[in-house]
Design a protein around this ligand. Structure first.
Ligand SMILES: [Zn+2]
Length: 206
């Protein structure tokens, strides 16, 4: 199993049927929005976000949400909820006609936004994690939050390169996992351009 730092969230409950974990949902999040490297996401998922710390936090600190995994810009992998249990990441959602995707999915958050490229190491860590999850659970699909909650959610956003994730899995010899990815993504040349990120990991241009 990938080495994950545990940061346990209280925001979970039992699945109604543990044998039906069929989907992995990819998300992107950053707190404050478009800022990387801080403690905001971990605090949100552990109900310790300070509403005074940033104006944006006042509107979200009360939310009881979580994901199973979080992959930082540095590639650090943090686990908040055991994948056998139900995390609260998808909200109102529908996948292939099945509603309430939290019931049967595993949620993976990437530290990122709708406006900036992801880091190469995040694709690497995600590919390893997906392969392990697909070996452990009867996963039938890998998709994005925006694909199961269209019009309501935009993450992981236009900068998430699905083709790059596919190629990353293929290169590791995990072609079967790659075939489970559902979104098409941008053309390869566009995706390569989206990977160019010339700023230090914790910074962004204003
Ligand atoms: Zn999301």
């Amino acid at each position: 199993m990938s080495t994950a730092v545990l940061s346990l969230s209280e925001n979970f409950d039992a699945r109604t049927c543990a044998s039906e974990i069929n989907l992995v949902v990819i998300h992107a999040i950053s707190l404050p929005p478009n800022r990387f490297g801080g403690p905001g996401v971990t605090q949100l998922f552990t109900n310790t976000l300070d509403p005074q710390a940033h104006p944006y936090y006042a509107g979200i600190h009360h939310l009881r949400v979580s994901a199973h995994f979080f992959i930082r810009r540095t590639g650090e992998l943090i686990q908040f909820v055991d994948p056998e249990l139900r995390a609260w990441h998808a909200g109102v959602s529908c996948w292939h006609g099945r509603e309430r995707c939290n019931d049967f999915s595993i949620g993976v958050e990437l530290e990122g936004s709708d406006t900036l490229p992801f880091e190469a190491v995040q694709y690497e860590v995600l590919a390893n994690l997906l392969t392990e999850l697909c070996e452990r659970f009867p996963i039938e699909g890998i998709t994005g939050h925006s694909d199961i909650a269209p019009g309501r959610k935009t993450d992981p956003g236009p900068y998430f390169a699905w083709g790059r994730l596919r190629r990353c899995l293929d290169a590791k010899g995990h072609a079967r996992t790659a075939t489970l990815i559902e979104p098409e993504g941008a053309a390869e040349a566009v995706e390569e351009a989206l990977m160019v990120w010339s700023f230090p990991v914790s910074e962004r241009p204003d």
